[in-house]
Ligand binder design. Structure first.
Ligand SMILES: [Zn+2]
Ligand SMILES: [Zn+2]
Length: 348
């Protein structure tokens, strides 16, 4: 089969790899129908995640058709259409029992990281019963690719951890796909004001159409002043960090109000400065989380009923074998006005 293989920082190739086989009785092999590229994949390509070794097939989001299941898989059979969760979970270990699938002792985020991922024609999914979700006939499968990672990530790490409530004023720093997923799912709770901050005017315009009440371009370095002006110098109840940089975390720290919540989503490669000399008395909470994907079944229902329409995040389409070109588009997201790119395997 063909797959997108990582060959060290800056090097990748669409090349021939052996088709995956069942290794454990709890495995399934899935034929990929649609997949996408994540910001995290770009971090891998830059060499920011050294655990990813040369020769790994990357990618952790997609939908497909079950090709083969191990003898212990009871929930899926050949021919079933499935959503692949970015998190692999056994459902039985101490962390899974706590709903913390991301820290499963025999899983977590391993797909396209520690084991071969789904930017390929086929992928092996360990613990298939707990790591795949069924797709009913007639569903819009392209929209469901957004359920592999970005919707649960924006919702669990940003909205749930940020304790967004009706009437709140919230700010989302970063209007990439994850920030926009937080924007879409925050509206389950009807916050009164949603301020979105980014450097890219196009993304801010998209955020407006997705329900942002105010947008701020932070390229002048004055985002904090702008938020304070909008909030009568109070700041926001919830600040969601959806970038993963020192500067964006600093904005969140500076704008969170007394008793508020700073919910980090971003993948941080460098340390941040924690201003405890100011924050020690402010009754705030700071949360971190790797997505557990425990809300995927709930989010699936909201997508099916069109309460949210994550398909709006898809800006580009490619054939699966055009993936190198798709990477080029996604890497130049500003120039290309790209959010999510969809790759379709036309052999399905
Ligand atoms: Zn992802
Ligand atoms: Zn587990």
């Amino acid at each position: 089969m063909k797959a997108l293989v990582y060959h060290g920082p800056g090097k990748k190739a669409w090349e021939e790899k052996p088709k995956p086989v069942i290794k454990e009785t709890t495995d399934a092999v899935v034929k990929i129908f649609k997949t996408t590229i994540c910001g995290t994949d770009l971090h891998i390509m830059k060499g920011d995640l050294p655990a990813v070794i040369d020769g790994t097939i990357i990618g952790h989001e997609g939908v497909g058709v079950v090709e083969e299941v191990g003898s212990a898989v009871s929930s899926f059979k050949k021919g079933d259409h499935v959503i692949i969760s970015c998190i692999t979970s056994c459902g039985k270990c101490e962390y899974c029992k706590k709903g913390m699938y991301s820290h499963c002792t025999d899983g977590g985020w391993i797909l396209g990281n520690l084991i071969d991922g789904c930017q390929a024609e086929y992928v092996r999914i360990p613990h298939a019963d707990n790591s795949l979700y069924p797709i009913p006939a007639g569903a819009d499968e392209e929209a469901l690719v957004m359920l592999s990672d970005i919707l649960p990530t924006g919702f669990e790490c940003g909205v749930l951890n940020g304790q967004v409530k009706p009437g709140d004023t919230i700010a989302i720093v970063g209007a990439g796909p994850i920030g926009l997923a937080a924007l879409l799912t925050s509206q389950f709770y009807t916050p009164a004001e949603i301020i979105v901050i980014d450097l890219d005017d196009n993304r801010l315009a998209v955020a407006k159409t997705f329900g942002a009440t105010h947008t701020i371009n932070s390229s002048d370095g004055k985002a904090v002043e702008a938020v304070m002006k909008l909030t009568n110098n109070k700041g926001v109840d919830t600040a969601i960090e959806a970038v993963g940089m020192t500067a964006t975390f600093a904005i969140c720290e500076a704008i969170v109000t007394v008793g508020g919540h700073l919910a980090n989503i971003g993948v941080h490669g460098k340390s941040v400065t924690l201003h405890m000399e100011r924050l020690w008395s402010q009754n705030i909470t700071i949360t971190t989380r790797l997505v557990d994907t425990v809300t995927t079944p709930m989010l699936f229902k909201t997508v099916q009923s069109k309460k949210i329409e994550p398909k709006k995040l898809i800006t580009h389409h490619f054939k699966l074998d055009e993936i190198v070109k798709a990477y080029d588009t996604f890497e130049n997201a500003g120039r290309e006005k790209a959010l999510k790119v969809i790759l379709t395997n036309e052999q399905v």
